[in-house]
Ligand binder design. Sequence first.
Ligand code: ASP
Length: 403
Amino acid sequence: MKKIALHWQILIAFILAILVGIFLKDYVIYFSWMGDIFLRLLKMIVIPLILSSIISGVANMGSDSNFSRLGLKTLAYYLTTTVLAIIVGLLLVNLIKPGVGMDISSIPVHESININKQSISDLLIQIVPQNIFYSMANNEFLSVIFFAIIAGIFIGRIDTKYKVTLTDFFNASFELFMKMTMLIIKLAPFGIFGLIVKVVAEQNDFGNMVIKLGSFMLTVIAAILIHALITLPLLTKIIGKAKPFKHLNNVKTTLITAFSTASSAAALPLNMKETHEKSGVSYKITNFTLPLGATVNMDGTSIYIAAVVMFIAQAKGVDMGLKEQIILLIIAVFSSIGTAAVPMASLVMITIILEVLGLPIEYMALILPIDRILDMFRTATNVWSDSCGAVIIAKSEGEILNV
Ligand code: ASP
């Protein structure tokens, strides 16, 4: 029998959950445990996955002085585009306010909202861990990401013998946790079913919820398109002095692959091939920037993460002023770095972000059904940004390209 693709399974689970939630309200308790287990599994894998993914990505970067210069340029590009992406996302969510007026009072809240209590300087100080084991045990993911980046950089600088051992170790750990993550993601239809059944059964105004989710979805897609079709081409044209739309045409198969697989990792080999063969970026630059970009540079993902938090905060009536949104921007930058390059990886990240911000992770149920569609858009943008970065950096190194 032909296997049904995951996104169809999710859709079927969603529709079934709505039917069960509406017509079999009294039996919800028999299904909701699946959602709880799914959320626990996501939380279980997040710290090991972040740690191994970043350390292995950064440690494989190389360390001679040539690479240090390239590394700095590349990281500066990644940071700039991610921040620009989040700003566009936040602007649109503030403008459209997709979450305002959505009734989620039926979803139980266990904790108070912490984001209003935190100051920006405290957040920045707390990024540096006092004790990495404490941070890991307490889901302080910003500190874990910070530690992982530093550890990755320094693995590149130690004696070759140890460098090889440690790089191998973290590459192997990454493979392991990635495999486990893929299995958890395969269970998503059951998790989604369990979570949605509960939400629908407790929802008074289901129609309103669907409209709000639709408007959230369009907001995210609009922000992603602005970033992909205006911001990134402008950067490629102005800083890279290259032809962005010719380059877009060159890497279109890569982008279609990213869109349909929803995995930056799956699109990486093709991205390296097309960016090199069609746009003329040297192997030296593609081999350095693109694998690193696939792991740490996720503009579409950062837009999504910031938008999800804003959406839930709006629905919950939490006031998100400038300070809170700057905190969110910092969190989204780090989270997008920590997100693995596989389908629905943001979900893993979002469980932990909601927890840190004091928003119950049960709220995730709201966005689960539309996650996969948005994943396609954000992954294509993640990959497109990596490729534009390769062009800009190649030009800054004096390479003559076809674009
Ligand atoms: N699927 C995305 C990627 O591979 C990550 C995410 O879930 O946002 O780039």
